[in-house]
Design a protein. Structure first.
Length: 111
């Protein structure tokens, strides 16, 4: 998996465990939820992000994803993927340049 090493830190939380034992990657979790639920998650993260998101911080929680604690990178992955799934026409305006990582991760799990 040499290609993984050239991508930024966003790739790891967007994609499930490379060993296939964990399915907590944003692309896996969000793709199999109803689109309405995914949109609620997107809007919740957007609302929380008004106060800033630190990619190096841990401890983020979402009401729409109970029982899960996110790292900063993981919450950014959920943010990007949730918008890419439900509102792809505005994903470019998020200010996150993760198109390449998202496309690679989608291809790796055949979405």
């Amino acid at each position: 998996m040499q290609i993984v090493h050239i991508l930024n830190h966003f790739f790891y939380p967007i994609f499930p465990s490379m060993k296939g034992k964990s399915k907590d990657g944003a692309i896996y979790c969000l793709n199999y939820l109803p689109k309405g639920k995914v949109k609620e998650i997107a809007l919740e993260i957007a609302q929380a992000g008004i106060h800033g998101t630190d990619s190096n911080k841990d401890g983020y929680k979402l009401a729409h994803v109970p029982g899960k604690v996110f790292s900063g990178y993981h919450i950014m992955a959920y943010y990007y993927v949730s918008w890419a799934i439900t509102m792809p026409e505005v994903v470019g305006s998020l200010g996150l340049e993760f198109d390449r990582e998202y496309k690679i991760a989608k291809g790796m799990i055949n979405l």
